[in-house]
Design a protein around this ligand. Structure first.
Ligand SMILES: [Zn+2]
Length: 344
């Protein structure tokens, strides 16, 4: 079945007289890639022009910056909500430092927030194996509970905004877990395209993709347990993207403790890479498809986020993402793969 997945790159260049070189003629290259699953495009340009900015973490603890945090231990009991009885009879779910509560600003019928740490401020190096595992364990437990209560909500998601550049409203580390019929356009496009691919070719796009990526090695970072880590052919993040695919997990019910270990083990390696590369902020998400299908395996995505500068806090998203709904990346996936592989 080779040849069923196409990796298309359109490379081109722009010429101009460069004031930085005495107005010599200069050539800048750029690429447009077509996502082999969805057919959506992604731009690659501005290579090396955007660097992750150092965040003033120490300032986030100053009272005038910190303000009121409902997730801090002293406020949690009185200022965070509790679940109604049929969802979580105990009111909140806890394990280690993690406390899972309903989202005061819910995304859907069942929408939770996992407060991950006792401490208000946790730099990426502070995410220990236990902290990551406990948060994931509690979140997955919640998703499994709501799947059995409302099985008609077919899709399950974990999402995570970490630090202010990511859009996270609170510095205190937290993840969101929810079930929904409307999981967003990226998920929906991938899901439909995966189903169509399966119907047309009688094989899973994802199995085929992993086979190719493993063989060529250009974008294959490594494995932890049964999970495979790659850099996607088209990046959703401006500073690149890392994806983890669980080829044997289809719905949230299939995700077991071994898979949690696999995700945590890979995340620890990525956080070491982030820490050494000066990456202070990210968005992450994990997608689970419907029960009883075999074409859309669970996958996790993580992208660094940054302010463009610390002078006026320009965000790293612009008209491309907000109005053209087109990802732009300044990092080539094959180069990112090489860098991250050293940590696996
Ligand atoms: Zn706090």
């Amino acid at each position: 079945m080779s040849g069923t997945i196409k990796f298309q790159v359109f490379e081109s260049e722009s010429r101009f007289l460069d004031p930085r070189k005495g107005f010599e003629e200069t050539v800048e290259g750029f690429q447009v890639r077509i996502d082999p699953l969805t057919g959506r495009t992604g731009h690659f340009s501005h290579f090396g022009a955007i660097r992750s900015q150092r965040l003033p973490l120490e300032d986030y603890l100053k009272p005038e910056v910190k303000g009121f945090c409902p997730f801090c231990k002293e406020n949690r009991d009185k200022r965070t909500p509790k679940f109604i009885g049929d969802v979580v009879p105990e009111g909140r779910l806890t394990r280690g430092e993690t406390v899972l509560i309903p989202n005061l600003f819910p995304y859907d019928i069942h929408s939770a927030v996992a407060i991950m740490t006792d401490e208000h401020l946790c730099p990426v190096e502070g995410f220990t194996e236990k902290r990551l595992y406990d948060s994931l364990y509690v979140g997955i437990d919640f998703l499994k509970r709501i799947r059995s209560i409302n099985p008609e909500l077919p899709y399950h998601l974990m999402s995570w905004n970490y630090m202010p550049p990511s859009g996270g409203g609170l510095v205190h580390p937290h993840q969101q877990y929810f079930a929904t019929e409307f999981p967003g356009n990226q998920f929906t496009d991938e899901y439909r395209a995966s189903e169509e691919f399966f119907e047309k070719n009688r094989i899973s796009f994802w199995d085929e993709l992993l086979k190719i990526e493993k063989n060529t090695g250009q974008r294959f970072i490594g494995e932890t347990g049964k999970a495979c880590w790659i850099t996607p052919f088209v990046s959703l993040g401006i500073l690149g993207e890392i994806m983890c695919v669980f080829p044997h997990v289809f719905s949230v019910d299939d995700f077991d403790e071994g898979d949690m270990d696999a995700l945590v083990s890979g995340l620890l390696k990525i956080f070491r890479y982030y820490s050494e590369s000066g990456i202070y902020s990210f968005n992450a998400a994990m997608f689970f498809g419907k029960k009883d299908q075999r074409f859309f395996p669970c996958h996790f995505r993580i992208i660094p986020r940054t302010f463009l500068n610390m002078r006026d806090y320009a965000p790293d998203l612009n008209f491309f993402q907000s109005l053209l709904v087109e990802p732009v990346s300044v990092v080539i996936p094959e180069e990112l793969c090489k860098e991250v592989k050293a940590y696996f």
